[in-house]
Design a protein around this ligand. Sequence first.
Ligand SMILES: *[C@@H]1O[C@H](CO)[C@@H](O)[C@H](O)[C@H]1NC(C)=O
Ligand SMILES: *[C@@H]1O[C@H](CO)[C@@H](O)[C@H](O)[C@H]1NC(C)=O
Length: 531
Amino acid sequence: MRSLRKTVLLAILVSVVLVLALLHSWPTRAYTTVDVWQRTGPIAERHLEERLLEPDHRLGNIPFRVRESVASLLARNGCVCEGESGGVNLPFAQLLFPRVSAHPLHTAFEASELEEMKRRRAKEYKSFQKRSQTPADVLIIAEANNPLQYPTQGVEIRPLKTIIIPGLALHDLPRDHFSINITATLGTLNVAAEVDGVKIKGDGEMHMTLSSSLLLSLNRQLQFVTYTNTLFHPSTADTVQFETEGHQATFSIKIRHGVTPKLYNTGSKGEYNVSALVTIATKTFLRYDKLQDLIDSVRRYYPTVTIVIADDSENPKSIAGPYIEHYIMPFGKGWFAGRNLAVSQVTTKYVLWVDDDFIFTANTKLEKLVDVLERTTLDLVGGAVREATGYTATYRQTISIEPGEEDGDCLHMRRGFHHAIQGFPNCVVTDGVINFFLARTDKVQQVGFDPRLARVAHLEFFIDGLGSLHVGSCDDVIVNHATKIKLPWVSQSESDKTYAKFRYPPASSDATHTKNGLLFFKNRFQCLTHN
Ligand SMILES: *[C@@H]1O[C@H](CO)[C@@H](O)[C@H](O)[C@H]1NC(C)=O
Ligand SMILES: *[C@@H]1O[C@H](CO)[C@@H](O)[C@H](O)[C@H]1NC(C)=O
């Protein structure tokens, strides 16, 4: 009986302690609810557009002459892919006189499913646009003769923090009373100090009015106006309206976290230590003899550089040795999946991509490529590949996208480059390069290699990276390509035959369909031209 009472007492005591502990740890902070649903931007946007489109009727009657040479450079409504016709049809003609050919991409889908594909693509694209655009992308025009002074760009705030809005002022107007309204949409306005003779209304709210009969006092007060972001978003912008009687101005405040740097410790200064700076990444499939030749050739020049190998062979063989990492993948996962895996494991500042049938020579000076990336703003720099015939290729490509309407954009790829690079006479700026390149590891990881591209793919990586990768190409860093010339009297080895079957499928195959399907849906292109 006594022990039962003791147990009950103990149980009550424990419960009381637990309840107290719970109450103590209960969050006392009240959380506001935010709306992060995807929908059209703030009302301000429509408001701005309306003001933009108010035409001055007197201008309509003034005639003008179109300057065709310049007007033709402007973007058209919609785009088309046009190939070049005619020309000679000789062997090597395409090599010597490259002609532009055009390809529609909707052919990747059956006619019966095409409409449905277009509908789904349009839906995904709309949502992409909402996610990728901020109010800072909206066109804002400053009106003529506006007495309002305000910052046109460069005002930035960290989410949920407070800043002084710089540069606000009102210029002299023939008035005896001055009044200013400031309106924000994602935060509140206030003043960090008060000036005598100025009336403040709405401080701590989204709409604040400052008024005074003394212009100087009002301008002094405007120096203390603060903005506090109240609606968290990691990267957006607030469009602030700034107005006085008869005049209106609009400017944007960028709201965003700083970009977290990813820095690599590259060792002591002096000559570049390639082992500390570079990891060599490659993908292999069946060709172990070629891979071994590559490793042996690398070791002759760079004995301690790490080599990362992604391997999706059916019966993987062991590749062992110092500074080698061999990653075995499920059979036939494919080309870009392997590139992705290999690149994901790199821990050095730079990654060098090589094919498994390349051979390093005395001309494969990685220090030169490192030097280009260390001293320029480029993210990726390609080298040159020498074939057994002596022909050396850099495979430089420029890529441009011409905006289209509902059918999608037009993708144009051309051999060539944009500029030579000052101080590096062998290097140029371009958009796409050959399978032999050195790149900033974090940038390549950001762009990524789409693992859906299993077999034939290369430029797709540069298409995905357009707008984020700054690409160069140098022709004085050369790697050799193990012979690819097929002599009719030499029979191919079994592994070479299997390899060829996977790597070079016929043009009408599923692989080409997948590729065109991705360009059509994922990248929203309607067609492509190339030479
Ligand atoms: C300022 O805002 C108030 C409403 O809060 C409005 O009545 C007034 O007309 C506005 N003044 C200017 C100069 O736009
Ligand atoms: C180069 O880097 C490697 C790997 O970080 C290191 O082991 C080696 O000592 C470095 N060599 C020199 C000369 O600094």
